[in-house]
Design a protein around this ligand. Sequence first.
Ligand code: FES
Ligand SMILES: [Fe+2]
Length: 422
Amino acid sequence: MNTAVPAGSDAGTLYDRLIRPDRVHGSLYTDQQIFGEELRRIWYRTWVFVGHESEVANPNDYVRKRLGLQDVIMTRDAEGRIHLLLNRCAHRGNQICDDSRGNSSSFRCPYHGWTFRNTGELLGYPYNKGYGGKGKVDARLGAVPRVASYHGFVFGSFATDGPDLLEHLGAAAGEIDRLARLSPEGEAELTAGWLQHRTKANWKLLAENETDGYHPQFVHGSIFGVTGSPIGALYSDASTAVTRNLGNGHSENDLRPEFRKFNEPMRWFGTTESRVPDYVARMRELHGTDAAKILVEGAPHVMIFPNLFIAEIQVFNIQPVAVDECVQYSTAVQLKGAPELNKRMISQSIGSVGPAGMLLADDTEMYERNQRGVEALSPEWLDVRRGLSRERVDENGFTIGTATDETGMRGFWSHYKKLMEA
Ligand code: FES
Ligand SMILES: [Fe+2]
């Protein structure tokens, strides 16, 4: 393992030594201690994407989720509130929920029969005389203390204080707005089910790749060639698309300049207006003259720190398993009130990220090769300097690079460093 952390005078400057403006140290992907620190300082502190409210649409629905290494039950209580409960009985720690999803107002532990409401509250325990009677035990299920959602995207934070979700999302909130705005009812849903890709690679290799516009022409060259896809051109040297550091570790590959160039509604979706007439009509009805712009510009391509990636018509949720392993969950976006698009989004997602899909399989091959590569002791560094000398600041004050520059990765690392040093 590459644990040759470069020497320095004190621990306070460790991440200064590992993360430079133009390179990052290989030990960041292989060191057990750093992984442990990440759990404490990132996964169990900052806002982490967990799931979507539409996955628990009805009162008392629940679905099992992951947050870092934690097994979490996302519940909707009878009043409609969302909770993130930890899957551990308050008696002697047994796992309280087995099913991956269901509908129940309570959970009963199989070990000694303690029962908890889907808010975490203890409802009862058998043979209660052993505790002095009913209502004597002061216990409840553990829970993620702060839960908040934005356009139905549910995030949890184990920190009881610190920035609220909107502060954390910052400019990335506008990208979620853009996705929701593509629905004739203003709402995106994640109801198509999740595929799970277990990947033998550190989670950061995936987060970095989501913002890497340099690789598609090479890694996905064969699929672009076979399908005659125009996507490759979006990530070429000639592309007018930009990579934008949105702050707080978030970044986007803004493809709008390319779509504006063609000025064809629905081109972003690989189709034309005439093939999705009902959808286009509903959008025009709702947005009037603004509809043309919305239908030309399409969906966002945004990486929201540390683990939510919205790639136009797919959503990815990255969760770590170990220093060299993670799971990438993926699903097709479903736009409320757009059945014509939803069917296509599911079939396109199966084709790109499904078990026999042709896009994510290529990326996963790269993640795992990357992990095997960084285990080597030298050279110790990974290069993130691409485009550093040609970055500029856009009209809104964000740093941008070209479509293939590593501007997003540098934004990721500067926020990562801030959290790891906090
Ligand atoms: S461990 Fe759950 S009831 Fe005993
Ligand atoms: Fe890729």
